[in-house]
Design a protein around this ligand. Structure first.
Ligand code: PEP
Length: 253
């Protein structure tokens, strides 16, 4: 049984003050449960405030990105060791905004993924096709390229320390959600590819999250799909009540 993983990606929202306000409200609504993993990735500057707010509670705090080197002349970047100093629990890698706005390639993401695993940071590794790629029936080709490049350097033990998030680019921040059928098919494709690259146990154990305009109104139908093991949530994770509601829904199944 794969435990649901419900993660919020705050993108460039919520500074320190807003982070404190969010947790003051959210932690009043959210009942800690060992049946679900709950996670939030604030902006770098608010990580410490989030960690402090969640002391003693079952909420993982992570980062939205990191560099693959330990230090050096990389203006504006952050090293894995620096995140570990803040005691972060996970890191989102390969988000479509990193790929499409900041030009991250499959190869760069593969290096980051390997580094995160070696450093003991749990990566949430994002894959997904653009609208054009889907319309041109390239979805599986794109997913295969993203997965194969990223996993090229990871053995079966290392891949067991990765979470995959399927996030169709056309559904991120657009209000348009993949149907349970579309999302389910992509998740099955990803799980099968992991089986081909590694083995049946690695595929069975891998948690694969869906991301793309998840909100309380559509969470139930998405999270009830057998191969969808949780959600990576942008917009709806900024509101304590909608994030708490999605967590509650994830516990129904
Ligand atoms: C995301 O940022 O990963 C995301 C899925 O955003 P949204 O839920 O707003 O579509």
């Amino acid at each position: 049984m794969r435990k649901p993983f419900i993660a919020g990606n705050w993108k460039m929202h919520n500074g320190i003050r807003e982070t404190k306000e969010f947790f003051a409200r959210f932690l009043g609504m959210y009942l800690d449960s060992s049946e679900v993993d709950v996670a939030i990735a604030p902006v770098f500057t608010a990580i410490e405030a989030a960690k402090n707010a969640c002391k003693g509670r079952r909420v993982y705090i992570g980062a939205q990105n990191m560099h693959m080197e330990d230090k050096g002349a990389f203006t504006g970047e952050i090293a894995p060791g620096m995140l570990k100093e803040l005691d972060v629990d996970f890191v989102i890698l390969g988000h479509s905004e990193r790929r499409h706005i900041f030009g991250e390639t499959n190869n760069t993401i593969a290096l980051k993924l390997k580094k995160a695993v070696l450093e003991g940071l749990l990566p949430i590794f994002c894959v997904g096709e653009t609208l054009q790629e889907r319309e041109n029936e390239k979805t599986e080709t794109i997913l295969r390229e993203q997965l194969d490049t990223a996993f090229n350097n990871l053995d079966a033990k290392e891949v067991s320390r990765v979470i995959v998030a399927y996030e169709p680019v056309w559904a991120i921040g657009t209000g348009e959600t993949a149907t349970p059928r579309i999302a389910g098919d992509a998740h099955i494709f990803i799980r099968n590819r992991i089986k081909e690259l590694y083995n049946a146990v690695a595929a069975e154990d891998m948690r694969i999250l869906y991301g793309g305009s998840v909100k309380p109104a559509n969470a139930r139908e998405l999270l009830s799909v057998p191969d969808i093991d949780g959600a990576l949530i942008g917009g709806a994770s900024l509101q304590p009540d909608s994030f708490a509601e999605i967590i509650k829904i994830s516990l129904e199944g």
